[in-house]
Design a protein around this ligand. Sequence first.
Ligand code: ADP
Length: 252
Amino acid sequence: MTDPIIDLQSENEKLKLENATKSDLISISAHQLRTSLSAMKWILKMFLDGDFGALNAEQLNFMKKAFESDERMIRLVNEMLSINHAEDTLESMHMEAVDVVKLLDEVVFDFTGESYKKGIQLIFLKPDHTLKSIVVDSEKMRVVFQNLIENAIKYSNKGGRVFVNVTEKADSIEISVRDTGIGIEDADKSHIFGKFFRADNAKKQDVVGSGLGLFTTARIVEKHNGKIWFESKTGEGTTFFVTIPSSQTSTK
Ligand code: ADP
């Protein structure tokens, strides 16, 4: 009779290998895509800069559109690569004591340009006292905050506001990202954390998106034994909440 434990172990090894092959394939294709897209981008840029002679207004307009579309594709491929990497490394967690306010401050700072460009106010409501540091994988938590803030900006319109908040609860640290954007339809709410899901109102709003950001975000939060949820009203806005349990907090 075969040993069921050995059977399971070898099945597990096989799955791990298949998974690694799959993510290698994604990585190779994404890198190749990015190389071709970047080559196209520089050729388009040369046309736009008039290196091959002056373009008329109509040609310039189409070249601009092609250039922007190419840039959007590059961003999408970059997102695919970083998510693939995050999935790949989800198994290995590098836990350390992290100052969550400092980490949020850095991420908010990284998005100031983006929000300014879109005419959206990005506000970090910093706590008035020092919070305990939390024990997390800082780079993965950074991905969580980046995804939530990026979405809040992406799914808001000019004149909108995004508030980032962090509070200490009895047994957890709670981070929230609130926007005054397009909101999420009731019918879409149960699908939001699913792989590749994009709501119709989001697709209309912004053509760039993979529907992988929140899927990865939820997996990272889960890995930290935390919780993620949201409240939303169509046309009024959305708030995403993340809590990390205090069993994972430590004083510095
Ligand atoms: P995407 O790459 O499409 O932004 P995500 O996984 O990050 O993918 O989000 C999945 C979907 O959830 C989005 O396409 C959008 O429909 C919805 N969503 C996420 N964040 C927000 C938000 N702040 N406001 C409205 N809809 C949102």
